[in-house]
Design a protein around this ligand. Structure first.
Ligand SMILES: NC(=O)c1ccc[n+]([C@@H]2O[C@H](COP(=O)([O-])OP(=O)(O)OC[C@H]3O[C@@H](n4cnc5c(N)ncnc54)[C@H](O)[C@@H]3O)[C@@H](O)[C@H]2O)c1
Length: 217
C-alpha cells in the first residue's frame, strides 16, 4: 500500500531540512493531524496484518491540472481577474515546491518495491512499514516564488506585458495553521530508490503557465 502523507506533519519544527527521523507530534492544523493519524494507522495495519505500506510525505505539489485552491493556481486566477493576492507572513515563508512529474516518478518507483516482510524474535511480523519525504530539497522564499510565477505568466501570455503586479499584491500577517518553512531531507528516497526530484521551480511554473494558457485560453 502506498499512500499520500504530507510535509505538514512536521508542523512548526525548527530543525531543517525535515527528516523522517524528526518528531512529528506537534501538528498546527487539523489537516496535519489527519495525515499523521494516517501514518499511525498504516503502521498498525502493517504490524497486525503484515501489510507492506509506504507513506510518502509530499512537499507542496504543483503543476499543470493542479489544485485550484493552492497558492500558485489561486494567485494566477486572481491576477487574471484583476484581484489582489495576499502573501502570508509578509512573504517570509519558504516552501519546498515539488513538481507533479517528480511526484509521479517517486510514487512509481516506490510502488515497484514494497518494504520486505520479516519476522521478529517473537515470531510475529516486524511491520513492513516505511515513510519517505518527497520534496525538491530547495525551499523558495514566497516572494521569489511569486516573482517567478509573474515572469512565467507574462512569458506564456496569460497576463499582458504591462501588467501592474505591484498594485495587485498585499503582504499580510501569518495565518493560523500555516507553517513558516517546509524543507525536505529526501536523502532516504535517493538512497533506497535512486531518485531525487529534478524539476526546478522556474521550469515547473513555466509548464504550469503554458498549460494554463492552453487550457483556459
Ligand atoms: N497537493 C499537495 O501539495 C499535497 C501535499 C501533501 C500531501 N498531499 C496529499 O496528496 C493527496 C492528493 O492530494 P491532491 O492535492 O491531489 O488533492 P485533490 O483534491 O486534487 O485530489 C484528491 C482526490 O481524491 C478524491 N477523493 C476524495 N475522497 C475520496 C473517496 N472517498 N474515495 C475516492 N476518491 C476520493 C477526490 O475526488 C480527488 O480526485 C491527498 O491525500 C493530500 O493530502 C497533497
Amino acid at each position: 500500500m502506498v499512500y499520500a502523507s504530507s510535509s505538514s506533519v512536521y508542523g512548526g519544527n525548527k530543525k531543517v531540512p525535515f527528516s523522517t527521523d524528526d518528531r512529528v507530534d506537534n501538528p498546527v492544523s487539523l489537516y496535519a493531524a489527519t495525515k499523521k493519524s494516517n501514518e499511525l494507522m498504516a503502521h498498525c495495519y502493517s504490524k497486525l496484518y503484515n501489510i507492506p505500506s509506504t507513506g510518502l510525505r509530499f512537499f507542496t505539489v504543483y503543476g499543470p491540472a493542479g489544485r485550484p485552491d493552492m497558492a500558485y493556481f489561486g494567485f494566477t486566477n486572481k491576477l487574471l481577474k484583476g484581484q489582489i493576492i495576499q502573501i502570508y507572513n509578509y512573504g517570509n515563508c519558504r516552501r519546498d515546491f515539488t513538481y507533479v512529474d517528480d511526484i509521479v516518478e517517486g510514487i512509481t518507483r516506490v510502488m515497484a518495491m514494497a518494504p520486505a516482510k520479516q519476522t521478529g524474535e517473537d515470531g510475529l511480523p516486524i511491520p513492513p512499514y516505511k515513510v519517505y519525504n518527497i520534496g525538491g530539497g530547495q525551499p523558495e522564499n514566497l516572494l521569489d516564488f511569486v516573482n517567478i510565477l509573474q515572469e512565467e505568466l507574462l512569458r506564456a501570455g496569460v497576463l499582458p506585458q504591462d501588467y501592474d503586479f505591484e498594485a495587485h499584491k498585499q503582504l499580510v500577517p501569518m495565518q493560523p495553521g500555516d507553517v513558516p518553512t517546509t524543507y525536505a531531507d529526501a536523502t532516504a528516497l535517493e538512497r533506497d530508490f535512486g531518485f531525487t526530484p529534478k524539476i526546478t521551480l522556474r521550469e515547473g511554473l513555466r509548464h504550469f503557465a503554458q498549460w494554463y494558457k492552453e487550457y483556459y485560453g
